[in-house]
Ligand binder design. Sequence first.
Ligand SMILES: [Zn+2]
Ligand SMILES: [Zn+2]
Length: 321
Amino acid sequence: MKFAHNDTFPYPFVDEIFHDEDGVGYALRMAQANALSFHQLATFLASPGHCYLPYCSAPALGFMFGGTPEFIARALVRRHFEAGITVADFAEHRFSRPKHVRQSRPQICPFCLLERGHARASWSVTMMCCCTEHKVCLIDQCACGRSISWRRRSLLVCECGRSLGDTTPVHLATKGALAICSQIEYLLGPAHFRLHSSLDSDLAIFDDVSVDTFLRVVWALGHSPCQSRRGTQHILHAIPTPSEAMLTADEAYNRIKHLLSRRNVASLHRWTHQLISIHEEAVTLPDQRLLSSILARITPRPPVARRIDRNGPVQSSLFEE
Ligand SMILES: [Zn+2]
Ligand SMILES: [Zn+2]
């Protein structure tokens, strides 16, 4: 095995990556255990200014810190071009929009970090704005005002020296955002899955869809369709703060409830254009079926999208009648 820098040798304190741990979080945890700084680690594995560790550093991290390279690799974001767009692979899922993965701008639950001692991979999903265990909105800022970065002193200590464990989240999680975040955990898979609570049973129609399609539907329904026409594109493409994402998730949850209630569903007609786009790019059959069902419900005459499954069940069958 050959690495770019000869500082990548096996270090004395080794550990496996946790099944739900973020790959960069693992690197920071192990660097701290071996008295290395993130700056040193980034210098060894990428460049001195790197705020994130690239996907290709997984073998070196495994060699240095004893984790299984395949497990570390799947907990690191891998961005690449496919069919003309940049997609991100992370935690064994495909994300077709870069804004859905935070990567170099981590968010944390200070309570989880104190209790577990590791950063959860699910926090790297932008819309994962709440901790479903502690029922708080995640934070991406220290009390000193700095954005939380992977280039901090240690997992629990900001560059200013404050313990992030002492930073109390300002916002309690809202019911809608908690339901959305529970569904994201469920869709991310076994490492993040906890039993569905009765709170989010309304989202069961999304149980078979890809996490990518779910996030795109939440993102679309959480914003007003007018925002894309009023020169506010930057809002739609920038990475939101956890509290902004919580508002989006809450809006989306209320609109999904509205959709399920069947009352005045035509008012959701404004989102048809966005939902057709998601439908056209949907890859899996369950994703296509769900989008067809939603479109059939909100449009009097559903437009025929490119990839409607001709052999699939009748539209609207995903909703209980
Ligand atoms: Zn927590
Ligand atoms: Zn600070």
